[in-house]
Design a protein around this ligand. Structure first.
Ligand code: G16
Length: 546
């Protein structure tokens, strides 16, 4: 069958000389360059399935990138991102010239001692990009070339595909491996607190209303599909549903977070809650506009704070001794880290960008809440934590307060997609927390105040010249860059800045925060200039923001 695979692959030839890297979340580039990559990821997923004797997932999406791009994310048996050694194999396979593909495949088979007679199963999903249909077909071709079985879920969000893989490999213990099963599980867990009578009495119809920006992508379709399961307990007004606008264009979670502005195409009254998904619905950010027209963003850091506060209160009420931690990245607003450590007294960890890193760090605790500032995150419960919660919830002798808390913890376990960050699941958890606490978005926003910040991008000829350390907070190359950043940071109060090469776009990202917006903007611009000068900037020099 290996030989067959190679023959078949002449249908999906690699352009000679093209080199791509498995980045922050898989391969990502212009869709025209990806046909051979998809076919080969079908081959690789089949090998991974044989190796793990489990179902593997392949998601065709470029998430927050522009419509013209596409990409692929590989999903491991428990629904997590594929393990780093296999990311390496993915890069080797994707870059092998046509005549070397057989040798590259054999290399993986040998190194991993794969039994080629083992059965293989691969789940495939895709986003709404116009290129996704043929690219997911290339993945399916790759699977069948190596004799694997595949199931094509068609249009699904990335976290839905992760969920399906986990359900399949846990023999249904995590849920049913269907989109319907997913809606049922999540929505029941969302509505259950209502039956317990714990939605706050001030939870009026106004409070039940939420505006959702679907980024003109898959998330919009799936919110529509889910709506009937919500039994009118959440009234969603859907904007940017893909019927007119372009995917991620002037809308979606990434646009809102980076521009610190509302998406186009949304209508929300002053004080009302809105939220934005990204192109594959694995990120979410919230916001509102106050009576003076001022925009207020509640990003991943605010979400992590809301969720961890809620869980900590429940643990106290339940008198359960479980260790809770929040995992962030260098992008986390300094105020959020201070608040979590100093006021809430929870453990905070910082990892490199990429949910795979946060997920890993969160697994070390009984309850690990992880969120990137961009809104990508979830909550992980250890097996032991889930068992303790369940025992208490089912203990007839427990007093009412403890039991109620345990039941709410149980609902949280069920509403959250523990496999990966999930905009739909996060949205339901956030909405439930606000309803239970009778909290407005303004009250949530007031938990702490963000330091003003700015994110910029710089184009350089080769972004790999930038190397970082200390969870990306310091640059070790090119020479002189970190020293330049350090001296710029010293000019401003409460300032912090770092740079890192993006793993999803061909740019260097610059982050700066400071006491005032003007300082944050100036610092971000000055650091961009340092990157431009020391790391081989291309095009025009970055211009000041003011
Ligand atoms: C992906 C990753 C995220 C990461 C983001 C930006 O998001 O899954 O963990 O924060 O890219 O990464 P970078 O700064 O390296 O470009 P998504 O939603 O685009 O898949």
């Amino acid at each position: 069958t290996t030989l067959e695979a190679i023959l078949y692959s002449s249908l999906h030839p690699k352009p000679a000389g093209l080199v791509l890297q498995y980045g922050t979340a898989g391969f990502r580039t212009n869709a025209k360059q990806l046909d051979h990559v998809m076919f080969r990821m079908g081959l690789l997923a089949t090998l991974r399935s044989k190796k793990t004797e489990a179902t593997i997932g392949v998601m065709v999406t470029a998430s927050h990138n522009p419509e013209e791009d596409n990409g692929v994310k590989l999903v491991d048996p428990m629904g997590e991102m594929v393990t780093p050694t296999w990311e390496g194999y993915a890069t080797q396979l994707a870059n092998a010239e046509q005549e070397d593909l057989l040798a590259a495949l054999k290399d993986v088979i040998e190194k991993e001692a794969i039994n080629m007679s083992q059965e293989a199963n691969v789940f495939v999903g895709k986003d709404t990009r116009s290129s996704s249909a043929s690219l997911s077909q290339a993945v399916l071709d790759g699977v069948s070339a190596l004799g694997g079985h595949s199931k094509d879920y068609g249009l699904v969000t990335t976290p839905q595909l992760h969920y399906m893989v986990c359900c399949q490999n846990t023999q249904g213990k995590y849920g049913e491996a269907t989109v319907e099963g997913y809606y049922k599980k999540l929505c029941q867990a969302f509505i259950h607190p209502l039956h317990l009578g714990v939605f706050a009495s001030n939870c009026t119809d106004d409070q039940k209303h939420l505006s959702v920006d679907g980024a003109n992508g898959i998330g919009a379709l799936k919110v529509r599909e889910m709506e009937s399961h919500l039994k009118k307990e959440l009234h969603i007004s859907l904007f940017n549903d893909g019927s007119k606008g372009k995917l991620n264009h002037q809308c979606g979670a990434d646009f809102v977070k980076v521009q610190q502005n509302a998406p186009t195409g949304i209508k929300i009254n002053p004080g009302e809650r809105g939220c934005s998904f990204d192109g594959d619905a694995d990120r979410i950010v919230y916001y509102y506009i106050d009576s003076e027209g001022q925009f207020h963003l509640l990003d991943g850091d605010k979400i992590a704070t809301l969720i961890s506060t809620f869980l900590k209160e429940l643990l106290t009420q339940a008198a359960l001794d479980l260790k809770i931690a929040v995992v962030q990245t260098a992008y986390a607003n300094g105020s959020s880290t201070h608040y979590l450590e100093d006021t809430m007294k929870v453990i905070v960890r910082c990892t490199k960008t990429g949910v795979k890193h946060l997920h890993h760090a969160a697994q070390e605790f009984d309850i690990g809440v992880y969120f990137e500032a961009n809104g990508h995150g979830t909550v992980l419960f250890s097996k032991a934590a889930e068992e303790k919660i369940q025992q208490l919830a089912e203990n007839p002798g427990a007093d009412d307060e403890r039991k109620r808390a345990a039941l709410l913890l149980q609902n949280t376990v069920n509403v959250i997609n523990q496999t990966v960050g999930d905009a739909i699941s996060d949205m339901l958890l956030i909405e439930a927390i606000l309803a239970i606490k009778g909290m407005t978005i303004q009250q949530w926003d007031a938990i702490y105040s963000d330091l003003p910040n700015r994110q910029l991008k710089v184009k350089v000829s080769d972004r790999r010249v930038i190397d970082t350390t200390d969870a990306e907070r310091r640059a070790v190359s090119p020479a002189g860059l970190q020293e330049a950043i350090d001296s710029l940071v010293k000019k401003y109060r409460q300032a912090r800045s770092f740079v890192r090469p993006s793993g999803t776009e061909d740019v260097v990202r610059v982050y700066a925060e400071a006491e005032t917006q003007e300082s944050a903007d100036d610092l971000a611009h000055e650091v961009s200039l340092a990157v431009y000068r020391l790391a081989g900037g291309v095009g025009d020099e970055p211009k000041p923001l003011h």
